[in-house]
Design a protein around this ligand. Structure first.
Ligand SMILES: *Cc1c(COP(=O)(O)O)cnc(C)c1O
Length: 432
């Protein structure tokens, strides 16, 4: 009925997440707030893991891309599900380490990691640092040498495949700030350089071709392009790289018209391609890493707001203003992202009113959704914006000094805060 399987309507006509009444969540934890169904998050992690077990003999690791949604409890859950954790900053790394996340299964990304971040990663024995450029490679090798250790690395390659939601193009794609270019020979030269270094161990190669991708072909093509490079490395150096990291980017449902593919379909297609292509090239089948972010948490979360004013501008449009906005969800302002909106306390009524949902920030562009269908709402009603589990909390700001929202996890009929609502005292804590 809704874009997410964990969303439904109860006998009171209220919207539920993980069978928990969302109107009750607002009563208990205040408004606005983010809520997630923990079982849905675990189910998604398990589906990816199972797909590697079933389709690829378990010879791989699911690494959750924590930039989609990062907090301590999320790191605990990912560790509990025996998946890896992908971080892109010292802050995300700190979050994972603070709950004792196994460092060997942490993957550290970023196109401009600072020297402090690299040191932090080396000192804490992060299993794989994804090296983006030569400056970083040299810095990392000297930091590791200084400490008398060898660090596991992968190199990020631009495979020349640029995938968008519904299409992909095979271009030069040299114009990206991430990684080493393939077609200029930069990638191969850098691989050779890394192989000659004494304090880094090159575990394999990484690529990430985009986000919110529905089509499976670009992933298959990326795997082939990367294996061609494995073969070239083997021919020229005699060394066979062991690991292939294919990144993330699996699409989710934001609107009913979105048609994501089952994760098992993805793994089946990629496994078949990798197995047969590696055999053709005379290579061993590599250990595979995949890095889903959005597809783990996106549809498992929603945002709940309270309606303030309803402003009808005759012959123009109706603005429904809520007690949050671009501070907790900047995605509409940034990319006109689509979302399904429901009145949580009138969920069984028809959505036959076309409205624009606006936030409370001093900014005309502070909109959550334009020209969306909604039940006839009034001030005091609760609005739910669905599938906000990815890139909402993690992209939140304190614009207008609005405190960040709490995050509530629902599981088996119980709700608990995993991130508390920010207070005004905390807002001024760093001010001097
Ligand atoms: C953003 C990112 C991901 C996760 O992307 P999703 O679209 O959220 O699945 C994985 N790997 C890398 C390197 C990324 O930059």
């Amino acid at each position: 009925m809704y874009v997410s399987d964990c969303i439904s309507v109860n006998e009171r006509g209220h919207l539920t997440i993980g069978s928990y009444d969302t109107v009750e969540l607002v009563k208990q934890f205040g408004s606005p707030l983010y809520a997630y169904d923990e079982n849905e998050i675990r189910k998604n992690l398990r589906e990816f893991k199972k797909s590697i077990d079933d389709e690829y003999g378990g010879n791989g690791l699911v690494v959750y891309a924590s930039k989609a949604f990062c907090c301590k409890e999320m790191a605990r859950i990912v560790a509990d599900e025996k998946c890896g954790f992908d971080v892109v900053s010292g802050g995300e790394l700190y979050t994972a380490l603070s709950v004792g996340f196994p460092a060997e299964d942490i993957v550290f990304h970023g196109n401009n990691k600072t020297e402090d971040e690299l040191r932090m990663a080396v000192e804490n024995n992060v299993g794989r640092i994804i090296v983006d450029n030569l400056t970083e490679l040299h810095n990392l090798n000297s930091i590791a040498a200084e400490k008398g250790v060898t660090v596991g690395i992968m190199l990020r390659i631009k495979p020349g495949i640029d995938a968008h939601t519904h299409s992909f193009v095979k271009t030069g794609q040299i114009d990206s700030k991430f990684g080493f270019a393939l077609e200029t020979g930069e990638a191969l030269d850098s691989i050779k350089e890394a192989l000659g270094m004494s304090n880094v161990k090159l575990r394999g190669l990484h690529c990430h071709i985009g986000s919110q991708i529905f089509d499976l072909d670009p992933f298959e093509l990326a795997a082939q392009v990367m294996l061609d490079l494995f073969k070239q490395v083997k021919d020229e150096t005699g060394i066979e790289l062991e690991e292939l990291n294919l990144g993330g980017g699996f699409g989710i449902k934001y609107l009913k018209s979105d048609r994501p593919r089952a994760y098992s379909d993805y793994m089946r297609k990629v496994s078949t391609a990798v197995n047969s292509y590696a055999a053709d090239l005379g290579l061993k089948t590599p250990f595979i890493l995949i890095e889903p972010g959005r597809s783990i948490v996106g549809a498992a979360g929603l945002t709940l707001y309270t309606v303030g004013c309803v402003k009808d501008i005759p012959d123009v449009r109706t603005y429904i203003s809520v007690d949050g906005g671009m501070g907790d969800n900047p995605r509409y302002a940034l990319y006109q992202s689509t979302y399904e909106v429901v009145c949580a306390n009138k969920a069984s009524e028809k959505r036959d009113w076309t409205v624009t949902v606006a936030g409370k920030c001093c900014e005309s562009g502070d909109l959550i959704q334009e020209w969306t269908r909604l039940q006839p709402v009034e001030p005091g009603d609760i609005l739910a914006v669905l599938s906000t589990g990815a890139y909402n909390y993690s992209m939140a700001s304190n614009y207008n000094r609005i405190p960040r929202l709490p995050v509530v996890f629902v599981k088996n009929g119980k709700a608990r805060e995993v991130i508390k609502r920010e207070t005004y005292e905390q807002l001024v804590e760093c001010d001097v």
